[in-house]
Each structure stands twice: as C-alpha cells, then as structure tokens.
Design a protein around this ligand. Structure first.
Ligand code: HMG
Length: 395
C-alpha cells in the first residue's frame, strides 16, 4: 500500500529579523551568524500568533489546497514542544478552529523536535487500516532562547501541516531506523521561560543519533538527504559524518552541494522551527527543485530523476531520532506548485532589533492590530483562565 503524504502546507510569521542587524546590535562579527551558524533571517511571531494560530493556518491551507473537507479528517496529531497547557492538547484548539468532525481522534505528541515526525509515522500506520482515510499531522513551534544567549541567532517560528492518505499525490514514506537514549542536552523545566541548553553536548548528541540511524542502513549516495535543521551550519557538519559513512569523506562538500544544500535555504531564512524544522527543510528542497526546473524549462519530474529517493532524518533532544525514506509520486509537481513559501518569505516585513526585543520579552503586550498579514486565525488573550481564539476570515 502506498501510504504517505498527500500534500504539505507551511505557515511562517510575516515578520522577520535580519541576523546581520542582530549581530551588529550584539557587537558580534556578522559572519559568525551568517557563515558560522548559517542563518540570515529569523521569523518572529506577533503576539496574536501563537503555536495554535501557526498550526491552524498551516492546517487550513493544506486541506484547502488538497481539496479535502475538514469532515474527512479522522485523525489529528499536533507535534509541538511549545504547548501552553499541560493537560488540554494544543490539537483541541486546532480541531475547533478548523471545524474538524467530533468523530476525529485528536491529540498532541511531545518529543522535543521529533514529536511531529513520530506523529507522522503513527498517522501512516493508522492510515493502513481499511476503515481510515485522511490524517492531518501538524508540526508547530516557536523557538526561543532569550536575548544575548548563544541560542539567540537560532530562534524561529513556523508550522508545517501534512495530510496523510492511502493514495498520496506527493510522496510515499516509511521508517528505516530509530535511535533513543536519555540525555540532558536541551530541556525545558516547567518553571522556566527559556530552555536550558548544553550547546556543544547537544551537537554531540545529534551527531551520535545521526551516525546510529545511518549505520543501520545501506546508504544510497544518489539520494537526497534532509535533516532536522537547528541551524544550517550543523547540517553541513552532520552531512560530512554521513558522507564518511558512505565512503565519500573526501567529496563531502560537493555531495552536500548536490544533495543537501537546497533543503537548507528556507531554514536559513526562518531559523529553528523545532518540530517543523525537518519538514520545512523538505519543503525547501521540493520547492527549490520545482522552481529550478521551471526556470531551466525542464520537467520537474525529470529534474528529480537524478536523485534516487529522499532520506529524512528527524532529531529531538532528550533524545530520540528517526530516519525515514520518502519516494516522490509522479504527481509531486502538481502539489508543490501551491507551496509558495519562497514568495511568503520574500513578502515579510523586516523588524528592527528594538521591535524584535519588545516582542520577545513582552509577548503578551497588547498591540494595536488592524492587519493580520494573511492569517486566518488570531489569539486574543486569556479570559476566565481560557485562551481565546477566533477565525479572522474564511476566504
Ligand atoms: P556559540 O557557542 O555562541 O557559537 O553558539 P560558536 O562559538 O560555537 O560558533 C559557532 C560557529 O561559528 C563555529 O563554527 C565558529 O568557528 C564559527 P564551528 O566550529 O561549529 O564549525 N564562527 C565564525 N565563522 C565565521 N566568521 C566568524 C566566526 N566566529 C565564529 N567571525 C551553539 C553555538 C550551537 C552552542 C548555539 O547556537 C546554541 O546553543 N544553539 C542552541 C542549541 C542547538 O541548536 N543545538 C543543536 C543540536 S540539538 C538540536 O538540534 C535539538 C534542538 O532543535 C531542540 C529540540 O530538539 O527540541 C535544539
């Protein structure tokens, strides 16, 4: 059975900060951020744009573009590590905003950045049953480390929604290998605003996980390699390790340029999106490949023939990792045509460092809002201890 991802939609906040300006404000050489970390711009959400709003927008788009009614969704899983509540799932708000049926199974999955990937694999298993049709899996997160911290240039925000079905028009997907080990590399105690991070150790944990997962398979060096991307420079280091596992140690830079680079383009303009990160990297590869083929006047289907499948590596601190394999369907260009993520990134408004700091430190600050930048939903604060959400438009 060809179970997999029928369609993907992405939602990123409409405001961003230039890392060049952040470096200048922090008195740091800009090349540390632009080259050493590999991030040029990071997404900054507005106060009305929490993880529910990010997720609902991505979910709304994926169903609309795929031509699927919310009533056809039988399973809704939200992967997030930025939840506002320890009991009421984020997915319940998304379920309500998207008008999904009461007969739908609705829950969150928490495993740092890997939550949505585990959710996707659960949805794939679920969709194998003859009585099940469409599942919606949404990765949504706001990555924050705080002003002046080493993690500050790796912040970001965004959501990626994936529609899972038995007859996917985008890609088939299957699990290849898994790795789990209890570590304290990055964690979020309940009483702390920002995560605690052992930066160097977290990189080591990621590298151990990637080596463990790829060591369990016979690596096809002609495939594309998509990785969880906390920051693009780490993906270069990670790929150098994977390249040596497949006997390409001396050739890793060229291999990275051919098989990885295009997946790093959007993460370098958005920052870390935690659970959504690896999926944003996939979107970056697919849309870049599609647009490149159109510009060259060749068929996108022929353009991907040089690649033999797609490896998708998801990592979550704490830690867990899963290596998946994706195989594009011949209908993939029809689905990718509606992504329009590069355009959305080009259309964003640039914030000053002062505006960004105000948003980061006082996210509940009431703002005079008359424009929601294409969002269909908004968060409007807490009333009677309950978070308030509403739909802005239904076009
Ligand atoms: P840092 O310690 O400030 O940076 O922050 P650094 O001193 O290590 O420098 C970074 C790189 O810039 C180095 O390159 C420098 O040489 C280079 P490298 O040695 O790594 O090749 N550099 C320059 N390059 C050009 N021109 C210059 C210049 N100056 C320096 N002038 C750190 C780095 C990763 C610690 C920080 O960003 C951080 O704490 N980030 C958060 C943690 C993180 O992202 N960890 C990644 C692995 S864990 C993970 O992916 C899970 C996660 O997504 C969470 C989850 O699962 O939920 C985080």
């Amino acid at each position: 059975m060809n179970v997999g991802i029928d369609h993907i939609a992405t939602y990123v906040p409409n405001r961003y900060l230039s890392l060049k300006e952040l470096a200048s404000a922090r008195n740091i050489d800009e090349n540390k951020f632009l080259i050493g970390i590999g991030i040029k711009e990071m997404a900054v959400p507005s106060p009305w744009e929490d993880i529910v709003v990010l997720a609902a927008n991505a979910g709304y788009r994926v169903m609309k573009e795929a031509g699927i009614s919310p009533k056809e969704i039988g399973l809704l899983i939200v992967g997030t590590e930025s939840a506002e509540d320890r009991a009421k799932p984020t997915a319940t708000h998304v379920h309500s905003l998207l008008d999904i049926s009461e007969s739908c199974r609705v829950y969150d999955i928490l495993h740092a950045c890997a939550g949505a990937s585990y959710g996707l694999l659960s949805a794939v298993d679920w969709a194998h049953s003859p009585k099940h049709k469409y599942a919606l899996v949404i990765a949504t997160d706001i990555a924050r480390y705080g002003v002046g911290t080493p993690g500050e240039p790796t912040q970001g925000a965004g959501a990626v929604a994936m529609l899972v079905s038995k007859a996917p028009r985008l890609m088939k997907i299957k699990e290849l290998s898994t790795y789990s080990k209890s570590t304290y590399d990055f964690w979020k105690p309940m009483d702390q605003k920002y995560p605690i991070v052992k930066g160097v150790y977290s990189v080591q944990c990621y590298l151990n996980a990637v080596k463990a997962c790829f060591s369990k398979v016979t690596i096809n060096k002609n495939a594309v390699f998509i990785y969880h991307t906390p920051y693009p420079k780490l993906v270069e280091k990670v790929h150098a390790e994977v390249a040596s596992l497949m006997g390409e140690a001396d050739n890793w830079r060229k291999h990275y340029a051919d098989k990885v680079f295009s997946s790093n383009i959007y993460p370098s303009r958005v920052g870390n999106t935690y659970t959504a990160s690896v999926w944003l990297s996939l979107v970056s590869f697919l849309e870049t490949c599609y647009e490149g083929a159109i510009i060259q006047g060749i068929s996108p289907i022929d353009a991907v023939k040089q690649h033999e499948g797609i490896y998708i590596f998801s990592y979550g601190s704490g830690c867990g990792a899963v290596l998946m394999q994706g195989e594009l369907m011949d209908t993939w260009p029809t689905m990718v045509r509606s992504f329009q993520v590069r355009q959305a990134l080009d259309d964003r408004r640039r914030l000053t460092v002062e505006e960004y700091e105000q948003l980061l430190e006082t996210p509940a600050l009431p703002m005079q809002i008359d424009k929601f930048d294409g969002s269909h939903f908004k968060y409007s604060g807490v009333k009677n201890e309950e978070r308030q959400y509403s739909r802005i438009s239904t076009d």
